[in-house]
Design a protein around this ligand. Sequence first.
Ligand SMILES: Cc1cc2nc3c(=O)[nH]c(=O)nc-3n(C[C@H](O)[C@H](O)[C@H](O)COP(=O)(O)OP(=O)(O)OC[C@H]3O[C@@H](n4cnc5c(N)ncnc54)[C@H](O)[C@@H]3O)c2cc1C
Length: 325
Amino acid sequence: MVPQNIAIVGAGLAGMACAKTLEAHGARVRLFEKSRRPGGRMATRRVEVEGVNHSFDHGAQYLTAKGAHFAAVLDATRAQTWPDVTRRVGQPNMASICRGLADGLDIVVNRHVVEIAGRPGAWTLRHHDAALITPGAPAPDVPPQEDGPFDAVALAIPAPQAVPLLAGPAPHLAHVLEGVVMAPCWTLMIAFPTRLPLPDTLRLTGGPIGWAARDSSKPGRNAEQENWVVQAGPAWSREHLERRPVVVAKMLRDALEKLVGQPLPPPLICLAHRWRYALVETPLGAPCLWDPATGLGAGGDWAIAARAEAAVDSGAALAAAIRRQ
Ligand SMILES: Cc1cc2nc3c(=O)[nH]c(=O)nc-3n(C[C@H](O)[C@H](O)[C@H](O)COP(=O)(O)OP(=O)(O)OC[C@H]3O[C@@H](n4cnc5c(N)ncnc54)[C@H](O)[C@@H]3O)c2cc1C
């Protein structure tokens, strides 16, 4: 029987693309998201300094569409070209692309799913207030809430995070996902009172920095600000993965100073964010993972490639697989 009542864990691009496709074919879908807003790695951080708002796209930097489906998504959300006509960004920020996609979806936010319980045809999700969950720490002292039963559950979260959720109800699926490798990315958000003598974008190899961009040069941002997003490369990010954000922020600031070749002005903002699972290194090699026997599956960029378009394509493929059941 084709599942009609479906839970999706994760409201990033993949989860929302999966939900939209399923709903277009008449299914009832509920998404569970641990963050305060949908969007996942299509993220924007807002920081207020002395009453002035600054924003940084500290996840995906720009989007490229190879296929017609993603091109239509970008057109629908009025994404603008930057820094050239081949690449596009959300306006006024990257998160706005996800806000458009989230419209009309049933998304439960601030809920961290910790267990898939039940049996095929009647799955239950157990979830906690996300504020109570610290990665690596013991489970919270309060019982989780439960939602369900669902005919099917789709995990639209990074593969390494899907493994523990699938290990109990579908160890064969968890085993397949163990082959997916994702690289971390330390990201610096730094704002200056004056302009740096650098081009708007730089892609680099061989040092700590892999990419740096004048975020405030994107269309629709405050062009009077000098806000930068600096991403460390995967090797450097791995080497310094467990360092404190404040230490990493200083190290990446120093690397930026070296790049500029002269002392940097004192920054207004200097914050580091760690993406533990940022970019896919070894993908699944199939558009998604779906097991009709259990009614459980997973999808995300990690199935195909390290690009936002892959997340949308994987989510749509997962929906198609669920409907073929
Ligand atoms: C630093 C960085 C730079 C990037 N640059 C680019 C770029 O320039 N161009 C490009 O195309 N792509 C880029 N990407 C990749 C792009 O952001 C991703 O491919 C895409 O956003 C992945 O979408 P997704 O839905 O597969 O996963 P995610 O966006 O990771 O969504 C998963 C969601 O699941 C939630 N979640 C996880 N676990 C649970 C749980 N247990 N319970 C409830 N919710 C949960 C998360 O909070 C998240 O919202 C970049 C990514 C990063 C991190």
